[in-house]
Design a protein around this ligand. Structure first.
Ligand SMILES: *Cc1c(COP(=O)(O)O)cnc(C)c1O
Length: 402
């Protein structure tokens, strides 16, 4: 069945009333017929009918057995790390989401869980990093903000050989585009704040497991730690998912056009987008993603933060804000916003320069978005006369695409 049909077909009609929209069960507890005799729900931290629709839905979309909804993407990540014990080690992608880095380093290291970071775009690096303490491999593909791609099949094979769990943060791809469990991952997490919800109107996280046994463990952690998603936010996430496949397709179509325009733009040195044939792991991306996503990142021909600031404040359709995955286009300057807490040297190692700009391409008309970027480049250069000699006259720019 086509993805959009499946998604809509997976959302149940309310049995009690026939309501086509999933009801919001705004309740803390459920009346019991006799002690322990109830309709499957006793207390809303443990289980809530609205949340359960979302949890079953994401499990189906990711081809997993069980799904769980959390108060944020980080709460979902936190629940997965709680599967580990003191002395265990995580091997993680070096380009990891900053919040996951902060959680691993500043919360879990003090409980005796260590983390080794490696460039997982080469699967061999992951195999080489594994020790007898490794209990979990953690990757994101594509990564933020430089859209690095890791070979999920190859890394899953390594994980299986060593009897180690593989968790994939699938936030950037979404289940419409990529289903890591099909490639051998054990666990998938999402910041549902992004594409899953899709409208920049809530914070939420999801975990999906490949087996019932792992699902039972996550369920225990969810109930024991308590960072559940509330019924109204669960409902918003469900409503977002109803249009997920349409949105992902359009985000990707717009992003591809914008990436191709940026390659030709004189002020742009590098364009990071897995849909470009020149992307380092384009072939791997093609083999595991149906669409290449809605995030496009680019670097300027001069590493000049002031110029980058002029550009990001000159756009009109692209709004300057952190986050991504919503219907409205956003852009950000990672060095001053999402990646500000990372020391400059480490930031530069992963390609996040002072002039790197990240676009979250929304669902406006692609030509309007390109026109918006063009006018921003023009207005930034018009007011930045001091830079003119450096990059307008003497440089013959060949857009290098990574
Ligand atoms: C935003 C994000 C998170 C964190 O999610 P929150 O919902 O903000 O807690 C985790 N991973 C990735 C890849 C993200 O982009």
């Amino acid at each position: 069945m086509q993805e959009q049909t499946s998604i809509l077909n997976y959302i149940p009609v309310d049995e009690l009333t026939g309501s086509i929209a999933v009801p919001i069960y705004q309740t803390s507890t459920f009346v019991q017929d006799a002690p322990g005799v109830h309709k499957g729900f006793d207390y809303a931290r443990s289980n809530n009918p609205t949340r359960k629709v979302l949890e079953d839905l994401i499990a189906k979309l990711e081809n997993g057995t069980n799904g769980y909804a959390f108060a944020s993407g980080l709460a979902a990540i936190d629940a997965v790390v709680k599967l580990l014990k003191a002395g265990d080690e995580i091997v993680a992608v070096d380009d990891i989401y900053g919040g996951a880095f902060r959680l691993f380093t500043h919360i879990y290291e003090k409980f005796g869980i260590t983390v080794k970071y490696t460039d997982s775009t080469d699967a061999q690096n992951v195999a080489d990093a594994i020790s007898d303490k490794t209990a979990l491999i953690w990757i994101e593909s594509p990564t933020n903000p430089t859209l690095k791609i890791s070979d999920i099949r190859a890394i899953a094979k390594t994980a299986k050989q060593h009897g180690i769990l593989l968790c994939v943060d699938n936030t950037f791809a979404s289940p419409v585009s990529q289903k890591p469990i099909d490639f051998g991952a054990d666990i998938v997490v999402h910041s549902a704040t992004k594409y899953i919800s899709g409208h920049s109107d809530l914070i939420a996280g999801l975990v999906v497991t490949a087996t019932q046994e792992l699902g039972d463990k996550i369920k225990f952690i969810q109930n024991a730690s308590g960072a559940i998603l509330g019924p109204f936010d669960s409902w918003l996430a469900i409503r977002g998912i109803e249009t997920l496949s349409l949105r992902i397709r359009q985000h990707a179509e717009n992003a591809q056009k914008i990436a191709e325009y940026l390659v030709e733009e004189k002020l742009v040195k590098s364009v990071y987008y897995p849909g470009l044939k020149t992307h380092k792991n384009h072939e791997i991306a093609k083999s595991q993603q149906k669409y290449f996503g809605g995030v496009v990142t680019f670097d300027l021909v001069v590493d000049d933060k002031d110029l980058a600031i002029k550009i990001v404040t000159a756009t009109k359709l692209f709004k300057l804000a952190e986050s991504l995955g919503g219907v409205k286009s956003l852009l950000c300057l990672p060095c001053e916003m999402t990646h500000k807490s990372i020391p400059a040297e480490k930031r530069y190692q992963s390609g996040v320069t002072d002039s790197l700009i990240r676009l979250s391409v929304g669902l406006e008309d692609a030509d309007d978005l390109i026109a918006d970027l063009k006018q921003a480049f023009e207005s930034a250069t018009a007011t930045a006369t001091e830079f003119v000699p450096a990059w307008k006259t003497n440089v013959e720019v060949t857009s290098e695409v990574i």
